[in-house]
Design a protein around this ligand. Sequence first.
Ligand code: ZN
Length: 473
Amino acid sequence: MVYENPDGVRIGLEVHVQLNKLNTKLFCGCSTKYHDSEPNTHVCPVCLGLPGSLPVINEKAVEYAMKIGLALNCSIVEQTQFHRKNYYYPDLPKGFQTTQYDFPIAGEGKIVIEGEDGERVIGITRAHMEEDPGRLQHMGSIDKSKGTLINYNRSGMTLVEIVSEPDMRSPKEARRYLDKLRSILDYLDVFDGDLEGAMRVDANVSVFMGERVEVKNISSFKGAERALLYEIMRQKNHIRRGGEITLETRHFDEARGVTLSMRTKETENDYRYFPEPDLVPLRVADRVPEILKTLPELPDAKRERFVKEYGIIDMHARALTTEIKVADFYEDVAAKVDPKAAAVWVADILKGELNYRDLSINAFSVEDIVAIIELVTSDKITEQSGVEIIRTVRDNGGKPLDIVKEKGLLKVADDIVATAVEEAIAENPEAVTDFHAGKEKSMNFLVGKVMQKTKGRADAREAREKLIAKLNE
Ligand SMILES: [Zn+2]
């Protein structure tokens, strides 16, 4: 099925990734562990841009940025350089942001996503390094705020801005792109995506190939999808009423789920970029081979390997490789039990149970799931009991084998099920007549009777098969 994109939607995303796993900021020695600190306690003359202070580049930050560029299949520039982007805004006390302009560290690349109609390649325009400004906290909503507070702890944190081509055709594709990007960054271990402000999104949106509108400062992926849905609808309605879409910047009000006009879009000329005189150009191309060696196996490659090595279906391989933690967990389990059974239990059942409780895979142990899978595959307990054990371990703790004993979950022997089947048939002649008359519900009733007689330890599917066989004798 080919996706026709009826509204001619084009979406491009600019994602700011904060490299919060670095110990120090981009140009100074201030600690990056500010998330639980009082406002304005992680600052120095350099990250506040006080007169006379001089920036010194954080080498580790350059290495991380190159890693990101290479993982996104980008070309790495020979020599990179920082520029001053001049504008005055209270989150930036020095009046300019140190960023990269015409020599971004990473050039064109790509990310492959699951699009509306199968795999789709989204172009990466560039990825560059810059410093994070401070954080404005409006008292109330942005348009009715009584005042604004500024916290400079974030000022000078390393950001890598990843700019995509306007290749996405729907909010769903944009969401998939963000998920994939997050997955790749997790694999690289360059940031902790759960920390506040770790990934911030600006979106460029247009419909019917018209003028684009920029929606700024979206702080969550769910927010991105909602903001895009709203903005596409707004533009379509505006055009339908005879209006025209002009270049503009809008703000997404997360609480109300609407975008609000902020200002007409500035052009690059408004910023008066010029080379940062306090930082010399940086030769980076020579370091590519050494950094390539540090790249881990990335999600797509891991998925392909899982299919080949473990013989599991692509859908499972995909579910298992989205998160590096889940992939590692799976491989530990697959080393001990049948990899295909492991895929079903980890990807379908365990992940489902944990997602439902909003828990990560680390909340369960490899040892426990291995024990459960062994019990099920050796036919000692039913699949249903396996799921029950997972829930019990999560809610009350304990070891699977003990829970089996405590709850009496060991599957009953075949002859006990056979006896229960015979009894159920003998004791319920009406249901038997109904079954022969084609009334499906009577079968459920009989299965229920068998389960009752075996205290729920028979396998329901097996009981049904035995009942049908017996009734058709
Ligand atoms: Zn500092």
